[in-house]
Design a protein around this ligand. Sequence first.
Ligand SMILES: Cc1cn([C@H]2C[C@H](O)[C@@H](COP(=O)(O)OP(=O)(O)O[C@H]3O[C@@H](C)C(=O)[C@@H](O)[C@H]3O)O2)c(=O)[nH]c1=O
Length: 181
Amino acid sequence: MNVSATELPGVLVIEPKVFGDERGFFYESFNAREFEKASGLHLQFVQDNHSRSQKGVLRGLHYQVEHAQGKLVRVTAGEVLDVAVDIRRSSPHFGKWASVRLSAENNRQLWIPPGFAHGFVVLSDYAEFLYKTTDYYTPSAERCISWDDPDLNIDWQLNGPPTLSAKDQNGKRLKDADLFP
Ligand SMILES: Cc1cn([C@H]2C[C@H](O)[C@@H](COP(=O)(O)OP(=O)(O)O[C@H]3O[C@@H](C)C(=O)[C@@H](O)[C@H]3O)O2)c(=O)[nH]c1=O
């Protein structure tokens, strides 16, 4: 497993060791001991999620004001552009974002710590998106920042308008958002 930094401190790219042979491949998609050794993080995940989306679907930017979730995300079919935004008011990187392409081909994972908003857009015909979270889904604490907030100015690498849920069409700008206590 290889762990590398992104331009956003705390957000990490994880590349598992993939064993390919004539049958296909095998890799450990998560190993707590190896993850801790490589990242220095001792994490306890409580939920595994899986979503499937068509090309051009954008989900985000999501976070929870209570029970903030750290997320270890990956793609097992297709390709997405995954985006993390630092929304901790006290952070020197407040409002800064990092993006990484995750695909079934590159097997990359992204670690997004609690305190960040998260979203992704599907670049392939469809994508299967899997992630582990460090806290439980808490609908009352769920918030959404607008994917196209001009203060963030995220380059989603899109050619046309994305497909959004009703919730994601009503995201707030970061400057108006309800952030962590
Ligand atoms: C996220 C989530 C949703 N749900 C339900 C609620 C709803 O009826 C349905 C779809 O929910 P959503 O529209 O919120 O799903 P989605 O837009 O995929 O939400 C996810 O987006 C990405 C970017 C994240 O970072 C995740 O943390 C999560 O917020 O699934 C759960 O039961 N548990 C969960 O953990």
